[in-house]
Ligand binder design. Structure first.
Ligand SMILES: Cc1cc2nc3c(=O)[nH]c(=O)nc-3n(C[C@H](O)[C@H](O)[C@H](O)COP(=O)(O)OP(=O)(O)OC[C@H]3O[C@@H](n4cnc5c(N)ncnc54)[C@H](O)[C@@H]3O)c2cc1C
Length: 558
C-alpha cells in the first residue's frame, strides 16, 4: 500500500522547499511528501490520489496563494479527503486572519512561517495532527472488520463500542456491499447473526457482546491487584484527570469504566472551549490523549466493567464489580457523570440504534452523508452535533422545544449554526411520535407556534435532551439531592447549619470540599451536586479531588 501523503502548498519556492525538506526528514519513513506552488496543481494532485485510492493525511497550505486563498484550497481539499488534517501556513502579521479561518472553516491549526527551528515550530503541531489522523484513518484491509446493517441496533452497539475505545475497524454494510454478502455467505454452516466481527487472526464473533469483543482485542476487564490507594469509578474527563494526577503523585490507582474512556465528552464531535486547543478537538481525541497520559503514569484502566456497589468497613472501602468480584482500597472517587434522558414518545424504544440515537459520535455523522437528519435538543451538545453533522448530511434540522436557542446554547455555537446554510432550526417544536418497524422511517412533530402536527420522513434522529445521574447503586451509602446528584463538602451541611455534619458522620472534622457524606468516598464532575457540567470543570474537579484525597490519607482520623 502506498504511504499516506503530506501535501505542502506555497507559492514561495524557498519556503516550500524548506518545509518539504523538514517534513521529509521527520516523517519520510511513514509518509510521502508532495509539494505544489499553486492551488490548482495541489487540487489536481489530490484528485489523482483519490482516483488511485490513496490517502492524504495532511495538507499544509499558505494563507495566500497566487490563484486562490489557502482557505479556499483547504475547503476543496476537505471535500476530497474529509478525514485529512488541514493547517494554514501564515506570517505573524496574518495570524488574526488565520485564526478567523480556523473558526469559520474548521481548519485544524495554523503555523507561523518559516516554522524554524522545526523541532519547536513545526513538528510538535504536526505530530499532534498526524497522531489524531492515524487514530481515525481507515484501517488497512488486514485489520478488524465489522459486517452489519446500518439500521441494526446490535450493529450500532458494536460500532459505538469500537469507536469509543479508539479501535480502528473497517465497516462493511451488508445492504450496500458485495464483499459483505460474500463474507457472510462463508458462514452459512450456522445461521447468520449480524453483526459479525472479523478479526485479523481469521477468527470471527457473531453478534458479540462488548465484553466478548473486549476480551478478543485485549482490553483489560479485570484489575491486576486486589488493593489500591484509589479506585476511580468512571472514565470521563473527571475520572481521567483524577487518574493522571493520582498516579503521577504516587497513588496506586485503578480506573473502572463501564463502556469506554472519554465519557460524555467522548461523544462530542468538537469541543471548542477547552483551554489550549484553539481549533477545538473532538471528544475522541481528548479521550485518546488522556488515556495515553494515564497509562504513562501506570494507571490501570479496567474496561468495560461496571461498578455495582461500594461498602465501607472502617478505613477499608470495597468496590464490587459487575462480575461480582471485589476490589479493596483506601479511597473511592465517584466520577460517573450523567446519562442522556430518554425521550418518552410512542414507537421509540424499538428503534434505538436503528435510526434513533442518544447522543451521536462522528462515526454516526459519516453514515448520514447526503441525508436529512433531525436533532432533538437546543443545548450545546445538540448544537455541536448539528454543526458537525452538517458537514456530511444534506440537511440538519434542529427541533427545539424552547422559544430561542439563546436560553440554552453558547453564543459561538448559535453563530456557527446561523452561518451554516444546511442547518435549519425549528423552535417551539417537539417530537411526539416516531414511526418504523425495523428502522426509523418517519417522525411526527408538533409545532406549538402553529398548533399543528406534521409527519416527516427521515432515517436519522439524534436526541440530546439533558441528562441525569445514575447513582441509585450508591443511594444507601451516600447522600444525594432529589435528582440523585451527589452532595459533597459544604453542600452536605445545607439546611443543617455550619458544623452540623451529615447523617452517620463520625469524624471531628468537616467533610472536605469534594468528599461525600462517607469519609473516603469522593465525587467529581457532572455527578456532583452543583457541578458546572463542562469538560474543564470536570478535569479541574478530578485534579482537585486528588489533593483532598492526599489530605484524607494523611489524616490520622479516617
Ligand atoms: C455531545 C456532548 C458535547 C459536549 N460538549 C462539550 C463542550 O464542548 N465543552 C464542554 O466543556 N463540555 C461539553 N460537554 C459536557 C462534558 O462532556 C461533560 O461535562 C463531561 O464529560 C463530564 O465529565 P465527567 O467525567 O464528570 O462525566 P462523564 O463524561 O459523564 O463520564 C462518566 C463516565 O462514567 C462511566 N460510568 C457511569 N456509571 C458507571 C459505573 N457504575 N461503573 C463504571 N463506569 C461508570 C460512564 O460510562 C462514563 O464514561 C458535552 C457533552 C456532550 C454529551
Amino acid at each position: 500500500m502506498a504511504k499516506p501523503v503530506l501535501l505542502v502548498v506555497d507559492d514561495d519556492k524557498d519556503t516550500l522547499q524548506l518545509i518539504a525538506r523538514d517534513l521529509e526528514r521527520n516523517y519520510g519513513r511513514q509518509y510521502r511528501v508532495l509539494t505544489a506552488l499553486v492551488g490548482r496543481d495541489a487540487l489536481k494532485t489530490l484528485r489523482q490520489l483519490k482516483d488511485r485510492n490513496e490517502q492524504a493525511a495532511l495538507i499544509l497550505a499558505n494563507l495566500r496563494l497566487a490563484d486562490m486563498t489557502g482557505v479556499e484550497l483547504l475547503r476543496e481539499a476537505h471535500n476530497l479527503f474529509p478525514e485529512a488534517k488541514r493547517a494554514l501556513l501564515t506570517t505573524f502579521r496574518d495570524t488574526e486572519t488565520a485564526l478567523k479561518s480556523l473558526d469559520e472553516t474548521r481548519i485544524d491549526d495554523y503555523l507561523i512561517k518559516p516554522c524554524q527551528p522545526p523541532e519547536q515550530n513545526l513538528y510538535p503541531v504536526l505530530d499532534d495532527l498526524l497522531t489524531d489522523w492515524s487514530a481515525r484513518s481507515r484501517p488497512p484491509v488486514a485489520g478488524l472488520r465489522v459486517v452489519g446493517g446500518r439500521f441494526s441496533a446490535k450493529s450500532h452497539q458494536v460500532r459505538d463500542f469500537l469507536v469509543r475505545n479508539c479501535v480502528p475497524f473497517e465497516w462493511i454494510d451488508i445492504e450496500r456491499d458485495e464483499e459483505a454478502r460474500r463474507l457472510v455467505g462463508e458462514t452459512r454452516d450456522e445461521p447468520t447473526r449480524l453483526p459479525i466481527v472479523l478479526f485479523p487472526d481469521g477468527s470471527r464473533l457473531m453478534q458479540p457482546t462488548n465484553a466478548e469483543i473486549a476480551r478478543k482485542i485485549g482490553l483489560k476487564m479485570r484489575p491486576e491487584g486486589a488493593f489500591y490507594d484509589l479506585v476511580i469509578v468512571g472514565g470521563g474527563p473527571s475520572g481521567l484527570a483524577a487518574a493522571v494526577y493520582g498516579a503521577s503523585e504516587g497513588l496506586r490507582t485503578v480506573m473502572v469504566e463501564r463502556h469506554a474512556p472519554g465519557g460524555q465528552a467522548g461523544s462530542s464531535p468538537m469541543i471548542e472551549n477547552y483551554l489550549g486547543f484553539p481549533a477545538g478537538l473532538s471528544g475522541a481525541d481528548l479521550a485518546r490523549r488522556a488515556v495515553a497520559q494515564a497509562k504513562k503514569f501506570k494507571v490501570e484502566i479496567v474496561t468495560p466493567q461496571l461498578v455495582t456497589k461500594v461498602r465501607v468497613e472502617g478505613p477499608l472501602r470495597t468496590v464490587t464489580l459487575g462480575d461480582d468480584s471485589d476490589l479493596r482500597c483506601h479511597v473511592v472517587l465517584v466520577a460517573t457523570g450523567v446519562q442522556w434522558r430518554r425521550l418518552d414518545v410512542p414507537g421509540i424504544d424499538k428503534l434505538i440504534g436503528a435510526g434513533v440515537y442518544y447522543g451521536g459520535t462522528l462515526a454516526e455523522a459519516f453514515f448520514c452523508r447526503d441525508e436529512d437528519v433531525y436533532i432533538v435538543g437546543g443545548a450545546n451538545s445538540a448544537g455541536q452535533a448539528a454543526v458537525s453533522f452538517s458537514r456530511y448530511a444534506r440537511t440538519v434540522t434542529m427541533l427545539v422545544r424552547e422559544e430561542s436557542l439563546s436560553e440554552s446554547m453558547s453564543r459561538y455555537l448559535i453563530d456557527q449554526i446561523a452561518a451554516t446554510k444546511n442547518i435549519k432550526v425549528r423552535l417551539r417544536t417537539t417530537v411526539v411520535e416516531v414511526h418504523g418497524d425495523q428502522r426509523l422511517e418517519a417522525i411526527t412533530i408538533y409545532d406549538a407556534a402553529k398548533g399543528e402536527k406534521e409527519i416527516i420522513s427521515t432515517n436519522a434522529l439524534f436526541i440530546f435532551i439533558g441528562a441525569l445521574p445514575h447513582t441509585e447503586w450508591l443511594a444507601e451509602i451516600i447522600e444525594t439531592d432529589d435528582h440523585g446528584f451527589i452532595l459533597t463538602g459544604p453542600d452536605l451541611q445545607r439546611g443543617r447549619g455550619e458544623g452540623h455534619w451529615p447523617r452517620g458522620w463520625t469524624l471531628e472534622r468537616d467533610p472536605f470540599w469534594l468528599e461525600s457524606s462517607k469519609p473516603g468516598i469522593f465525587a467529581a464532575g457532572d455527578v456532583r451536586h452543583g457541578s458546572v457540567k463542562r469538560v474543564a470543570a470536570g478535569v479541574g474537579e478530578g485534579a482537585t479531588a486528588v489533593q483532598f484525597i492526599h489530605q484524607y490519607l494523611a489524616s490520622a482520623e479516617r
